[in-house]
Structure formats: C-alpha cells, structure tokens
Design a protein around this ligand. Structure first.
Ligand SMILES: [Zn+2]
Length: 338
C-alpha cells in the first residue's frame, strides 16, 4: 500500500486533529465508543493497522501488541503503558468493554501513531531541525530544588548539563541557542520568547527533581506538552482549560516523538529508575512554537542519586543521552519525510 493511501486511511479513520470530546465519534462503527465523554477506539484494530500483532496476556485485562521492532502492553483501567520497555503515560486509561480493549482516540493519534509510525502523521507537517534551544532550568535567585544535607542546588547542574549538551549538538552541526549561559534569573515567558524569536525547531528544558518526605523516590521523568482536549498526567479529572489551544499544542504528535526518544536514550544511558514519559502544561512547553520537551533527569531529594548528579561524569552522561535522543528524533523525522 502506498504511503499516501495509508496516510489517507488513517486520516479518515482516526482524524489526527482530534475532535472536541463533545462531538460524537462515528457511532456507525463498532470500533468507536464513548466512555465518560471521551472517544475511544478499538486498540486491536488501530494497532494491527500499524503492523502489530495482538495477543491477550490475560483475557479481559492485559493485551500485548508486537511487531519486529515494537512491543506494547496495555492494561485495562490503567494509564500506564509499557512501550518498548519504557513507562509511558496515556492521557486516559485503557478500557475493556464487551470483549474489546479500547484506547482513547487522542492517545491513539497523539501518542501511539507518532511513535510507532511518524510517517502516517498527517498534521502538522513533519518539522525541520536546524535551530535547537537549550533551556537550563532556574538560575539567579531561583535556585530550583536543592539537597540541603549535601548542599547541592539544581540551578548549577541544569546549566552544566545545558553547556555540555550545547557542545555536543554544535559538534553535530546544529545551531544552538541558550536561554541562559550564566547564573541569572530568566522568567518562564522569556525562555519561550527566546526560543520563538530564534525560530527554534526544538526546545529542550533541563531540570532535576525533588519530592519532600519521600527520600527513596528517584529516577528520570520526561515531560511533553499535554495534548489539547486531554488532562495532564498529574490531573485526576478533566478541566475546561484542557480545551485551550496553546502554542505548544501545534506540535502535539511531534512533542510525543521527541519526548519518547529523549526518555528512551536517558533511561538507556543512565540506567535510572523509569518514572515515565508524562504530560504537563508547564509554561515553557505551553508557550513554545516548536516541538518541546522538559526532562527531570534525576531526584536531588534522593541522596544516592544527588551524589551521582553531583559528579561531572554523570552529568556528561545525561548530556550525551540527550544528544543521542536528538539524533534519534532527527532520524525519525527524516524517515517520516520520505
Ligand atoms: Zn526545576
């Protein structure tokens, strides 16, 4: 089947520009249902068309989808998916109805499709990749998170990783713009403005995490902009603000693809605990006009991980993983253009 025809079939069956939840999905097809106001599609039908073979791991509960290169495990009533060994958070849980496992239409279009077959994403067009903006989180009076006991501040580590990443990306031939190169305060709006003024093709925001009262929590998380009409990973319920069309939503499918590659490379390189590929409407992700990602590479509130982050070797590994992720993303979008 030609790529054009395949793309057309996808567009007709699962429009990539997802309709608002208030609009009825195609009621004529048994592959579509609505649960709690959310449109769902038959996971088996959708993923089989992407070349994956479906088998029940536990009937009525867990289904495995596999091809030569991809492997997914979906579980009813869960937003967590195992996708090629990574923890990925859907916007809505999978649901089991009748004898069928369903995923939300937006997850099908904005999460699975760009990762599994970026060439079938029909809108927006495949982005270019020349100018990369690196955003070192925090700075100046905004120290970010800190480990008081070990006297470690987030703002210095984000800048160090950003500079290392800049070196790697420049040597790969990209034009790199930094939102800061010294210990100074830059507002969130200004960070996005710098990217938009530079005509950025990619925006990477670097952070480290912390959680109070849970010193054992550690690992790496990657965030992309929450797709329009979906709730963020941390939101238990939908909210009218989910329907707002933010600049960061122009690239919903490409945000996912970027986040997937960076998260995958980070986990592979660091061997850190997989805290998931997640969605949030962080200001910088909301305001940028290009595909964007925010990485929380590790937890400063975990003493063991904080000590690692405190070593130049570990920060060099983080930068290398992110550069490798950019290269994987570049290969994917380049293949999708053909
Ligand atoms: Zn931060």
């Amino acid at each position: 089947m030609s790529a054009v025809l395949t793309a057309l079939i996808f567009f007709l069956t699962f429009p990539v520009c997802a309709a608002p939840p208030t609009r009825s999905p195609s009621a004529a097809s048994t592959a579509h249902i609505k649960v709690g106001g959310v449109a769902y599609v038959d996971a088996r039908v959708f993923l089989t068309r992407l070349g994956l073979k479906a088998t029940w791991v536990e009937r009525g509960k867990t289904m495995r989808f596999q091809s030569a290169k991809d492997k997914i495990e979906l579980e009813a009533d869960k937003r967590d998916v195992s996708l090629n060994g990574l923890r990925v958070l859907m916007g809505e849980p999978a649901v089991f109805r009748g004898s069928t496992l369903y995923v939300s239409r937006i997850d099908a279009n904005q999460l699975f499709l760009p990762i599994l077959r970026p060439s079938s994403v029909t809108s927006p067009p495949v982005p270019g990749l020349r100018v990369i903006v690196i955003d070192a989180g925090h700075g100046g009076q905004d120290t970010g998170t800190r480990n008081k006991q070990l006297n470690l501040d987030e703002k210095g580590f984000t800048l160090d990783v950003a500079k290392r990443l800049r070196g790697l990306l420049v040597s790969l031939g990209y034009k790199v713009v930094m939102t800061r190169t010294s210990d100074r305060f830059v507002s969130l709006q200004e960070r996005a403005d710098i990217a938009n003024r530079a005509g950025a093709d990619l925006f990477i925001s670097i952070h480290f995490n912390a959680v109070g009262g849970a010193p054992s929590v550690r690992g790496s998380e990657t965030y992309t902009m929450t797709p329009r009409y979906q709730r963020s990973t941390g939101s238990p319920l939908r909210d009218p603000s989910d329907d707002v069309d933010n600049p960061g939503n122009r690239n919903d499918p490409w945000n996912t693809l970027l986040g997937y590659h960076l998260h995958r490379q980070m986990l592979g390189k660091l061997g850190s605990v997989d805290r998931g590929l997640k969605r949030a409407r962080f200001a910088v992700l909301r305001l940028v006009n290009c595909p964007g990602v925010l990485v929380e590479a590790g937890y400063l509130s975990n003493d063991d991980e904080a000590r690692k982050i405190g070593t130049p070797a570990y920060r060099a590994d983080i930068a290398e993983a992110l550069a490798n992720g950019v290269q994987e993303y570049a290969s994917s979008i380049s293949a999708a253009k053909k």
